[in-house]
Design a protein around this ligand. Structure first.
Ligand code: BMA
Length: 380
């Protein structure tokens, strides 16, 4: 290049950077138009990787074992005196215009809880167990052709767009005190390498899932003009890098890379080994792509082991630099009489061990991240 070309390029670059300052810094979310708070969150989440692992909980402020909607209450807080650092919420049934989600959480209450979490300086993540658009049945009832039916040209594409309009309506109502949008880590189509949901592995090709993911992100960004989201790509347990990336929609669509893992019948040692190994693979994939690794869901149903937190979970997590680990919901007694919870409550047999887990330097809860100002440019 000759000198005058150099000068012209430089001038253009300067002009571009003066109108798009955030984009000229190195680390930017996948959405080139992400709001300032979203960019700050993205960068601060990366910085926080060296500080420790934020511990999160689904539906934490809404209910716990034996209680519902008691202001300021949380099972995590009952046990530790502190809130989680990450709050997970669920949009399933918003697509039906329902006032409550599939777990009976009213959307108007959820909105207030999200605002509260944001004001505390915590991270907000949202999942969506949306119904099967082809059959009208639940997310867990796959039917051949569902994914194809919602893609452009498919018979349910208009219906799916209508559902996304409702998601967009909710996301657009998430505003902080100054009217700014509250950044959210949105993780659609989670556990996509399993086959229990209609978007799962046996019910569509890798290319169809990629198209579905991209369509969803593009629609929210470009048609609904939503720019306060970080997107999480989220499998279940996986064995290899190839398996993890088989359905990956592309770097322009993803900010957080995670997987879900639940301990079931395997012993502690097997669970620790698998968690440890899978996190190592995840970290190397996320590192190569400059994305944020996270344990997007975890749990050991009813935690039937009094030292599970420090002797099992922490043993699997301790050598890793991941952003957060989100425990699933403390539903309490289900309609059928069985108990569902993944965090201890006051009086639970793992309560004391959870306090020790809380005190570990590298587990981060509400008070640990409050002062980090993760939505500010000068955060941390
Ligand atoms: C599942 C269970 C269900 C719940 C669903 C969506 O893992 O907790 O009870 O309806 O998640 O939140």
């Amino acid at each position: 290049m000759n000198n005058s070309w150099n000068k012209r390029c430089c001038a253009l670059l300067l002009l571009f950077c003066s109108t798009h300052p955030a984009m000229c810094q190195n680390d930017f979310p996948s959405d080139g138009k992400a709001t300032p708070a979203t960019v700050n969150l993205y960068r601060n989440l990366k910085k926080l990787l060296t500080a420790g692992i934020m511990i999160g909980h689904q539906d934490d402020m809404a209910y716990g074992v034996n209680w519902k909607y008691e202001k300021g209450r949380s099972d995590v807080k009952d046990v530790t005196g502190d809130f989680p650092a990450v709050f997970g919420w669920e949009l399933g049934h918003i697509e039906l215009d329902s006032k409550v989600n599939l777990d009976s959480v009213p959307f108007d209450k959820m909105l207030e809880f999200i605002k509260e979490g944001y004001e505390m300086g915590a991270v907000i993540t949202v999942s969506w167990h949306l119904n099967n658009p082809l059959t009208g049945k639940s997310a867990w009832e796959p039917a051949a052709g569902t994914v194809a039916s919602v893609l452009p040209g498919g018979e349910k594409n208009n219906l799916y767009k209508n559902w996304l309009d409702k998601v967009a309506g909710f996301l657009n109502s998430l505003k902080g005190k100054k009217g700014e949008f509250i950044p959210v880590i949105f993780r659609p189509f989670h556990e996509l390498n399993g086959s229990w949901f209609w978007w799962g592995k046996n019910h569509c090709t890798p290319d169809q899932l990629k198209q579905l993911y991209r369509f969803t992100v593009d629609y929210l960004r470009n048609e609904k003009n939503i720019h306060h989201l970080l997107f999480a790509y989220n499998t279940d347990r996986f064995a290899t890098k190839e398996e993890y990336l088989e359905r990956y929609p592309g770097d322009e669509y993803v900010d957080v890379m995670g997987f879900d893992i639940y301990q079931r019948n395997e012993g502690n040692k097997k669970f620790i080994d698998e968690l440890d190994k899978t996190l190592t693979t995840l970290e190397s994939i996320a590192d190569a792509k400059k994305k944020i690794p996270a344990l997007t869901e975890f749990g050991y149903g009813t935690v039937p082991d009094s030292s599970w937190w420090t002797k099992t979970l922490w043993q699997g997590l301790r050598n890793h630099k991941i952003s957060y680990a989100l425990a699933w919901r403390n539903a309490g007694k289900e309609a059928g009489g069985e108990m569902e919870f993944y965090m201890p409550y006051k009086g639970h047999l793992s309560e004391n061990d959870f306090k020790s887990f809380y005190r570990l330097k590298k587990t981060l809860f509400g008070n640990d991240i409050k002062g980090k100002h993760i939505y500010k440019p000068t955060g941390l």
